[in-house]
Design a protein around this ligand. Structure first.
Ligand code: ATP
Ligand code: MG
Length: 251
């Protein structure tokens, strides 16, 4: 199957990858439109992070291509921002310097990078934290700082590998609300890895289900509900219907 790169800012076409002659992901096709939030949902070990490493150019696939805005970026790192599964802020740098880092790496002057990052602190719920160190922040704040850093290096697209999985239920729920709110305001398309079905339904425009060994995309589910979604969406019959469908497809 070939997917047109038109209207899609990111396309993976027929991507396969083995490690030590062991096929891990097989013939993956996914695409992402402007400002879309797409989740990749699948069990542990199915190959989600492996696919992200290919999308971000860190791994070269055995076969297949990755296109960013129509340009072939297969095996070319540094084009798409990627928040790793265990994203650690640098402990010896202030929160402001942590978030400004990608801009400095790209060649921006330290003063300008700090000003650009600092201007977004309030929006990311980090007001007053500029001079603090990561260890002084709560888990939710650290994640928001990591998301701000990812956004600042994003150029319109970000890959987030389980950004909320380490948070307790209440913090996670607050982060979901915040995330939907901020995504309505900023220009960013996101592919988002999770194994939390509720999280995927709540946050996504579309969900790709990845199953099997080797991992394949075995279903695509469109969540037909405008974002941000109402407060009690996760208790609605509509939500449960999506959940039933997804659980069936994950088995
Ligand atoms: N660099 C590597 N070398 C060898 N095998 C690898 C490498 N990276 C991943 N694998 C293997 O590929 C498979 C998929 O791993 P991957 O990390 O992509 O899964 P995942 O879906 O992200 O799982 P989780 O939900 O636990 O994060 C695993 O069997 C893993 O051992
Ligand atoms: Mg993973």
């Amino acid at each position: 199957m070939s997917i047109s790169t038109e209207n899609n800012i990111l396309v993976a076409e027929n991507v396969s990858k083995s490690f030590d002659n062991n096929l891990i992901i097989d013939n993956i096709n996914i695409h992402l439109k402007n400002r879309e939030i797409v989740s990749l949902l699948g069990q542990s070990g199915v190959g989600k992070s492996t696919l992200f490493n290919i999308l971000s150019g860190i791994y070269l696939p055995d076969s297949g291509k990755v296109y960013l805005k129509g340009e072939d970026i297969t095996g070319k790192p540094g084009k798409i921002s990627y928040m790793l599964q265990k994203d650690l802020l640098l402990p010896y740098k202030t929160v402001l310097d942590n978030t400004a880092l990608p801009l400095i790496i790209k060649g921006m002057k330290k003063k300008d990078a700090r000003a650009k990052a600092s201007a977004l602190f309030a929006q990311f719920g980090l007001e007053g934290c500029e001079k603090k160190y990561p260890a002084q922040l709560s888990g939710g704040m650290r994640q928001r700082a990591a998301l701000l850093r990812t956004y600042l290096s994003s150029d319109g697209i970000a890959l987030l590998d389980e950004p909320f999985s380490a948070l307790d239920t209440l913090t996670k729920s607050a982060m979901h609300k915040w995330y939907l709110d901020i995504m309505a305001k900023i220009d960013l398309a996101t592919v988002f890895i999770t194994h939390d079905i509720d999280e995927a339904i709540l946050l996504s425009d579309r969900i790709y289900i990845m199953t099997g060994k080797p991992g394949e995309i075995t279903a695509e589910i469109v969540i037909n509900r405008k974002k941000p979604r109402p407060d009690n969406f996760n208790l609605s019959e509509e939500f449960l219907e999506y959940k039933r469908t997804i659980v069936e497809k994950l088995l």
